[in-house]
Ligand binder design. Structure first.
Ligand code: ADE
Length: 233
């Protein structure tokens, strides 16, 4: 089994890259793809850049050029659900695009076209086996809460309480971030299982950018440890 691992920012992949062995790298469409081992697992890791276009490109390249069997998107996220605290880890039960808007044609926000029920936002469902595997790997390795929920992705950093509440309430969303649904959509289109793993770095309110920056490296190190455990279960 070969894993495709995607993080948006340098901090989000640094701890994973430094744990890899037998590393070789190849640049495709301007981004480096690092292939090697994490423990005994075969992986290709990339820093895709911020936002859904970058994430979609990376996901498709990992499928086409690196022949991965599963896609995992890791990083931080803004907490939306009321019970969330900074440091909680959220796994995608499903992912959707909160900024996809063709309501002008009578569809609900988040419905992306292409068939299916247009009265509800389009959701991409993560692989149950990958969720179970993450939980097994994480056992006794985190003092942090691990929850499953809806990952709402958009090309916007949510740092506004009104927007936070709108996204949370409209989509029953657990966290907001900027890549997951793109990875999920590409994975689903290719019949490849996926999982999004996000650590809550801020609560998506007015001070979110500062909070997220402060927390990024610590969160990334912790997530890396859990991902390494997961791919070696
Ligand atoms: N990533 C981390 N925090 C975020 C937020 N508040 N909005 C979008 N992406 C994020």
């Amino acid at each position: 089994m070969k894993w495709g691992l995607i993080g948006a920012m340098e901090e989000e992949i640094a701890a994973l890259l430094s744990a890899m062995t037998d590393v070789s790298s190849e640049t495709v469409a301007g981004r480096a793809y690092y292939s090697g081992k994490l423990g005994t697992a075969d992986v290709t890791l990339t820093q895709c850049g911020v936002g859904k276009v970058c994430a979609a490109m990376a996901a498709q390249i990992l499928v086409d050029r690196f022949h991965v069997d599963a896609l995992v998107n890791t990083g931080v996220a803004g907490g939306l659900a009321k019970e969330l605290q900074v440091g909680d880890i959220v796994l995608s039960e499903s992912a959707l695009h909160h900024d996809f808007d063709i309501t002008a044609f009578g569809h609900v926000r988040g419905y992306i076209g292409g068939g299916g029920d247009d009265t509800v936002p389009t959701r991409f469902y993560a692989d149950r086996g990958l969720i179970d595997r993450f939980m097994k790997g994480a056992e006794n390795k985190t003092g942090h809460r691990v929850l499953c929920g809806t990952v709402a992705s958009g090309d916007v950093f949510v740092d506004d309480t009104a927007l936070k509440i709108a996204v949370r309430d409209e989509f029953n969303a657990t966290v907001a971030e900027m890549e997951g649904a793109a990875v999920a959509q590409v994975a689903t289109a290719n019949g490849v299982p996926f999982l999004i793993v996000r650590e809550v770095s801020d609560l998506a309110e007015n001070d979110a950018a500062g909070c997220s920056d402060n927390f990024l490296e610590k969160a990334a190190r912790r997530s890396a440890k859990l991902l390494i455990a997961m791919v070696n279960v």
